[in-house]
Ligand binder design. Structure first.
Ligand code: HEC
Ligand code: HEC
Length: 202
């Protein structure tokens, strides 16, 4: 190889390196598909329930990628308390978490982008829409979409922020003022909007 082609090869390598950087940071959905196979053993089964307390395991299809990463790391680091999820999460490296999240976020993205345009308004959601969106489709990749999530899971999650078993500096003050009735109402409302889906492994 002469100097000229060598320089060219180096430049090309550098270019490839740069081009692949964002993909690396955001996670590789193709690599994530293999990893997500185990996950869909629970999350991919319609109506699959957590045994105790009893609530349906959350839908992940179409959930925001950055939020999935934050949530999975939360189980691994203990800001979220769930033994099975902690075990699942602790077996994954940061890169594997990014890859799995990229894959899960890509599932049923069409439905989730479309959102339920005809979402009825509910006064109790006024403070929620700033982050979780008018239709329950969140406005940032690091905030969860609530639309279409299981009603009993939403209720469970809100109650965990209320009693501090799930620690989050953003949600904690927001749920402090909610009553049991508010929580039920909000969970029912968001679960009925078009959005997230239970998606099985291929
Ligand atoms: C044995 C069943 C089971 C398996 C396997 C499992 N999960 Fe979970 N997962 C759950 C349950 C139950 C919850 C709700 C936990 C809670 O109450 O916080 C959950 C919660 C989650 C959440 C939070 C969702 C949200 O909306 O806040 C994410 C993300 C998640 N799991 C990803 C994964 C990934 C990725 C895998 C595979 C590496 C996986 N899970 C494997 C049962 C499972
Ligand atoms: C300032 C932005 C913001 C506002 C306003 C807000 N949220 Fe959140 N919400 C978040 C973030 C960020 C998370 C993820 C926290 C975590 O990592 O656990 C979250 C998580 C949640 C979850 C858990 C979802 C899941 O999949 O586990 C529910 C349910 C929820 N919010 C409902 C609400 C409701 C109802 C309101 C209005 C009363 C509200 N939020 C207001 C930012 C917000």
């Amino acid at each position: 190889m002469n100097i000229k082609t060598n320089t060219f090869a180096t430049a090309a390598l550098l270019l490839i390196g740069c081009a692949s950087l964002p993909a690396f940071a955001e996670g590789d959905a193709a690599a994530g598909e293999m990893l997500a196979y185990t996950c869909l053993g629970c999350h991919g089964i319609e109506g699959y329930r957590n045994a105790y307390p009893s609530y349906r395991v959350p839908k992940l299809g179409g959930q925001k990628a950055a939020y999935l990463v934050i949530a999975i790391k939360g189980y691994r680091e203990g800001t979220r308390a769930h033994p099975t999820m902690a075990a699942q999460a602790s077996s994954l490296t940061d890169q594997q978490i990014e890859d799995t999240a990229a894959y899960l976020a890509s599932l049923s993205a069409d439905t989730v982008e479309a959102g339920g345009s005809a979402a009825p308004s509910l006064e109790e959601t006024t403070t929620c829409t700033a982050c979780h969106g008018q239709n329950g489709i969140s406005l940032s990749p690091s905030w969860p979409t609530l639309a279409g999530q299981h009603e009993d899971y939403l209720e469970h999650a809100l109650n965990q922020y209320r009693d501090g078993t799930r620690k989050d500096p953003v949600m904690a003050p927001l749920v402090a003022a909610l009553t049991d009735e508010d929580v039920e109402l909000l969970a029912r409302y968001y679960s009925r909007l078009d959005g997230l889906e239970t998606t099985a492994a291929d």
